[in-house]
Structure formats: C-alpha cells, structure tokens
Design a protein around this ligand. Sequence first.
Ligand code: G3H
Ligand code: 13P
Ligand code: ZN
Length: 309
Amino acid sequence: MGLVTTKEMFEKSIKEHFAVGAFNVNNMEIVQAILDAAKEENSPVILQASSSAIKYARINYLMKMVEAGLEETDVPVAIHLDHGPDFETCKMCIDAGFTSVMIDGSKYDFDENVALTKKVVDYAHERGVVVEAELGKLAGIEDDVNVASSDAMYTDPDQAKEFVEKTGCDSLAIAIGTSHGAYKFKGDAKLRFDILQKVKEKLPNTPIVLHGASTVIPELVEMCNKYGGNIPGAKGVPDEMLREASKNGVSKINVDTDLRLAMTAEIRKVFAEEPEVFDPRKYLTPARDKIKETVKHKMRDVFLSSGKA
Ligand code: G3H
Ligand code: 13P
Ligand code: ZN
C-alpha cells in the first residue's frame, strides 16, 4: 500500500470505534517489530519519530528503514513527526517525505499556538501532508520542555472547537490526565472521560489523540527491576481505560514508554542470565520479539485495530 496519511485510517476509526496505535521509533529493531506486528494483526499503524529520535537515528535512515519495511507489508502505514517543536522541524520532515507531522504549540498561549499551527498547516496541506496539533498541557516531560505536574492543564472543549476552526489542523491532541513517561499517577489512575466526551460533542469529526498513553505494563516493570533495573513505583494508564478511549472517540494512541520497557527488560534478562554474551544479536533478537508481542497485544486487545487495515 505504501506510505499513507492518517486521513483514511482516522475516518475509519471514528466510524468503527477503534484507535490507531502510534508507536515511537528510534532504530531498526523497533521499526521491524512494529511493522511485523501490524502485518500479523492486519492493522493500520503510525510510526512516529520525535526530534530527539531524528537526532539519534538520522532522518534519512529513518525514512529508508520505513520504506524497506513497506516492501514487506500491505497494511496502511503513516510516518509522523512526534512533538514537532517548531515550524522548521515540521518543514524538514515534510520535505523528507513524512506523511504527517505534529506541531506542538502547547507551551505557547492560545493565540501563539493558533498562529504557529496555522503556519504549519498551510505548508503541510499544500504538500498533501496532515497535521496534528495540541491544546492543553500534559503533566511530565514533553520533549525538551518540562511541564511540572502542578502546571497540568486539561483541554477546554470550547477552546478546542475554536482552535480547530482557526487552524484547520487535521487531528487534535488533548489533555485529559495522561502524561509522558513511566510515572503517570501517584494514586489511582484517573482520566477525565467527561472532557473527552464534551470535546467529541463539539468536534465529532475531528480525530482525537491521546499522548502519554503507555500502560507501563507491570510485568515489564517487574522484569526490568528483577534483572537489575531501578524503576520502582512506575504506573501507567490501565488497558481497560485505553479500551474505553478507543471505543469512545480517541483515534490515535501514542506509545513509547512501553516499547522502551519491553526492549530493556529483555536485554537486561540476557545480560543477567548470560553474562558471557556479547553478540548484540543475542540480546536484540529477544528485545525485538518482546516489542512485537507488546504491539500486537495493544492492537488486538486494547486499541481494537486488528483486522482494520
Ligand atoms: O513524548 C515523547 C516521546 O516519548 C519521545 O521521547 O523525545 O525522548 O524521543 P524522546
Ligand atoms: P508514553 O510515555 O506514555 O509512552 O507516551 C508517548 C507519547 O505520548 C509520545 O508522543
Ligand atoms: Zn507525546
């Protein structure tokens, strides 16, 4: 099928009540694991790279790896810039062949966010690329910007409508209580589904995006800690809540932390149990398999996107 934008997969997600997983990629093993999972699940998928991922892997390598993967699969695949910090980074990705970009103006005030987003939308739409924008602040780390949790600000549904109308963005990331990384909740997990519902009432046809949506899978955290890691008390969004979100109007769910945990857990296990191993393929193979298993589980049991390619 080749690279596609997110337009059709999101239209289908709204009509058929499922979410498309957007998984962060940083290297070959991660790209292969996600694309193999999507192929086996017959699911649409979004591969996304942050600006730090692009710095790490280099944009030409990322594009070529995705292109190589596409030769082996027929499912719809979009390549997306995650948390684009400025117009220039969005432009670079659009010019390099990304089919979707996020401009993250959430650190600016409303009018500045509108102006920046509109500038990216104009450039992207002229070139057939779609744009995700963000309104509201997530607690935690957003790329280089550290937003203290006391600063966490939910999305205002009325503002969301005005924002989409003024910018013409194709999808909107909203803040309903999720946050990036492995420490999302101190007590019980709590998401503001009431805000999601109000946003959907105001914007029934706009695909909604959930950032910071890793489950922080307890077995993976346990495995990391068992084999020498030190990530106590990590906690994410329970699968049940993400399934609810997938059925009730969220079209794109972002996952990075769970893939990091899957990869690290398996590598730690090999290092701990087989200290004589120094061939990277011996630990990167189980790491890649674990990422694939994790992505397949999300597509099938949580986002309900299996069979929706
Ligand atoms: O939301 C942020 C993503 O997890 C990407 O993180 O900037 O460390 O690549 P990164
Ligand atoms: P997690 O840290 O919950 O995986 O969120 C990733 C994300 O939102 C990428 O944009
Ligand atoms: Zn994010």
